[in-house]
Design a protein around this ligand. Structure first.
Ligand SMILES: NC(=O)c1ccc[n+]([C@@H]2O[C@H](COP(=O)([O-])OP(=O)(O)OC[C@H]3O[C@@H](n4cnc5c(N)ncnc54)[C@H](OP(=O)(O)O)[C@@H]3O)[C@@H](O)[C@H]2O)c1
Length: 211
């Protein structure tokens, strides 16, 4: 199984102006462009699952419903401590398998055949446990969609294989902006640049992680 971090970041390393800013809003003010959205869509066609934090889901309200090459929607794996609003559009996306991953054994989620609650055991970092669940489910290609705290868990555990980073031509500089990676890491992570491409003023960087 490979875990691929797919992110678009500003030149000051931010991924959103605030934690509930949607992709659509970012597109509207010029953070990303059509080519970047198309790139993400293409990545989703190769994916068995997507791992993301609760704020990212709150911002988008739902999963990207893009069928993969196996004719299925990727399973959407959402990390949350406080739970997700039952009114979210997400819960109505019947074709999407949903894993809600939480340390809280009392968290409740809507009952539906596609909904699965996964309670992480007490540990500083639940990423190894989550990765084992993903592997046991037979997933081969998993996209890590952030945000920064969720990315940190997977980098810290040495579980990320690749980074697809779109470098976007702006600096946000705002205090509440979300980070590509929320500190701390106990050691630096090093990357090897595999390819770079340009579209308009955006740069598409493909890295593999030194292991
Ligand atoms: N530019 C990009 O490529 C990109 C990519 C992804 C996201 N984004 C944007 O970034 C923003 C959100 O990012 P963010 O960093 O602010 O937040 P986030 O990572 O999406 O969500 C943070 C939340 O994840 C949950 N969480 C984190 N660690 C957890 C753990 N160990 N166990 C269980 N739950 C855990 C918590 O949920 P609870 O609050 O429920 O406790 C936490 O508040 C949105 O605007 C989104 O659109 C941009």
């Amino acid at each position: 199984m490979r875990i691929i971090n797919v992110m678009a970041a500003s030149l000051d390393g931010k991924i959103a102006g605030h934690s509930l800013e949607s992709d659509r809003e970012r597109r509207a003010y010029g953070f990303t462009n059509q080519a970047d959205q198309d790139f993400v869509r293409h990545q989703l066609t190769t994916a068995d699952a997507v791992v993301t934090g609760a704020n990212s889901l709150r911002a988008s309200q739902g999963a990207w419903q893009i069928q993969n090459q196996k004719g299925r929607f990727p399973t959407w794996v959402v990390l949350t401590r406080s739970g997700l609003d039952p009114a979210l559009r997400f819960w109505g996306q019947d074709g999407v398998d949903k894993w809600i991953v939480t340390p809280d054994p009392h968290l409740s989620i809507p009952v539906a055949p596609n909904n699965r609650l996964i309670v992480t055991p007490p540990a500083d970092n639940p990423a190894p446990f989550i990765a084992k669940q993903l592997k046991d489910a037979g997933f081969e290609r998993v996209l890590l969609f952030g945000g920064g705290g969720v990315n940190r868990l997977f980098y810290e555990a040495g579980l990320v294989d690749e980074l697809m980073l779109t470098l976007c031509p702006l600096m946000l500089g705002t205090p509440n902006a979300s980070n590509l990676l929320l500190p701390p890491l106990t050691r630096p992570v090093f990357f090897r640049l595999e390819s770079s491409n340009q579209n308009e003023n955006l740069v598409f960087l493909h890295y593999t992680v030194h292991k």
